[in-house]
Design a protein around this ligand. Sequence first.
Ligand SMILES: CC(=O)N[C@H](C=O)[C@@H](O)[C@H](O)[C@H](O)CO
Ligand SMILES: CC(=O)C(=O)O
Length: 304
Amino acid sequence: MSNTETFEGIYVAMYSAYDEQGEVDAERVKKLARYYAGKGIKGLYVGGSSGEGILQTAEERKLVLEAVMQEIRGELKVIVHVGANSTRESVELSKHAEAHGADAISAVPAIYYRLSEAAVETHWQQMIDSSNLPFIIYNIPQTTGFQLSPKLLEKLAKQPKVIGVKMSGESTFDLQQYKVAGGEDFLVLNGPDEQFLAGRIMGADGGIGGTYGVMPELFCKLNELYLANRVTEAQELQYKINAVIKRLLAYPSLYGAAKYILSLRGVETGQPRLPLLPVREEDHASLAVLNGDILALVAEYGIQ
Ligand SMILES: CC(=O)N[C@H](C=O)[C@@H](O)[C@H](O)[C@H](O)CO
Ligand SMILES: CC(=O)C(=O)O
């Protein structure tokens, strides 16, 4: 099977799961992974922006991945974000991911230092060389400040292990250029949830998203409508999804809001870790309304 066939589809960017003291809670991680396993998605993206990987120690990140693998290995594909500020730690996490049966690794460039393209290339290359897992570049220039050039992508993609890019930049033209630069079987996963449909039309093979976690069913449906060429209905659903995303983004903390919504469904994951702000008590009531509206949309689309 080709890489794109193997990995295309909808990936929930999984949130962190902490106990009430803010410690990683393996049981809660498992429960969260189990919740998603029943939703028709292709897989999970573990330890990315939504998963707060860069706010956790290497030991905590390992614990999270191990819990996920114990719970849903073989049921869902698992792409694990192993990017850390030091190459050394990223390599350690890559090896751990391979040892525990993850399906692919992925990484942002290192942050803080303004790194040259050569430095980022070396950083990624060490991870690629340290395991036999497929590698998916994570391009998110608005948070890292690093803009992946199609030239570097093309160079990296020549290696069989470099199978794709998670494109969180907002230009769908850049997305399409990555698709071209990567070649025939290069996987492009859409980042901005607000333009999933646009990304798909411009060449993405699926998506990984931070808001999918509160409405995975709706993104699966949107993907289905796209695949069935029902573009008008797909656009209508994307608009409805975007109204939800706009409401989510109006809170001081996207992940705080999303995690609170999950708690209303019986899936407890605690608060995000500082400096990401916790959900405010004064927002509980409006988040309950938002949760109701999401569930009504899911019902409207006839999804269980
Ligand atoms: C910049 C950023 O975090 N992008 C995420 C991943 O690509 C998205 O999934 C957003 O969380 C989402 O589109 C909401 O704006
Ligand atoms: C938002 C996203 O895709 C991530 O968690 O990395």
